[in-house]
Design a protein around this ligand. Sequence first.
Ligand code: C5P
Length: 269
Amino acid sequence: MLTEIARAKLNLALHVRARRPDGYHELETLFAFVEVGDVLRVAPAEAPAFRVTGPFAAALAGEGDNLVTRAAARFAETFGGGAHAIELEKHLPVASGIGGGSADAAATLRALARFHDVALDDPRLFAIADRLGSDVPACLLGKTALGRGRGEQLAPVVGMPGTPVLLINPGVAVSTAEVFRRWDGVDHGPLDADPLAGRNDLEAPAREIAPVIGEVLETLAAQHGVTLARMSGSGATCFALFESVEACADAASRVARPGWWCVETRLAP
Ligand code: C5P
């Protein structure tokens, strides 16, 4: 059996530059990863099997067409390798801007690649990832990177590993497509090399749909030792970077509310 961690992704900055004729949006984003994630266990089996466990399993119940099973099916079409039993231990909230489903799909591809001696940088794996979703290639790469295009054109950059991070999700799921639809169409300019000087252009439309996001951001920004407070992806999860583990822990103990998912972690490389 093989175990893969599907780390949560953050968009340290996300600039929406243009609406494209294909319905997607041209982005410039800085992807980063944190140390928490879903856990994926994969073993060879006589017939394909899939089950979801863990604290957020219920949110996926009844979803026949999961990104994990789709990733496994695409892998088998391209590389063969027979059937697998896959267990997804779901620790990340669903539809929450931190790439849960995308990270799970990418972890599935990585696990199957390991099993069947496919190189992790095989372009065919990235082609499968690209078709599964805009964030799946970034999650397959799994390291700090600049993303352009839909987010699939990736250039690794040096990250800030070890930086203490607090994640908060206020318990509302927002639709990515709906958030993009509400984008005001104004290009506020390119991504700067420094994420602190950047923005998330999806914050305003996401706050229209779920005003509680504003409350989360204001709560995070008011904490002692915060260097950056921002929403990730299309929300609703927001994050804050801290100058010390103590400041992060202190904030975590103060911001928790019933119904809010609140996790202390660190940036990964
Ligand atoms: O690629 P993915 O299926 O994850 O995207 C979900 C939805 O988010 C798309 O259908 C599209 O409406 C929106 N999207 C977008 N521009 C992007 C990425 C996603 O408009 N760069």
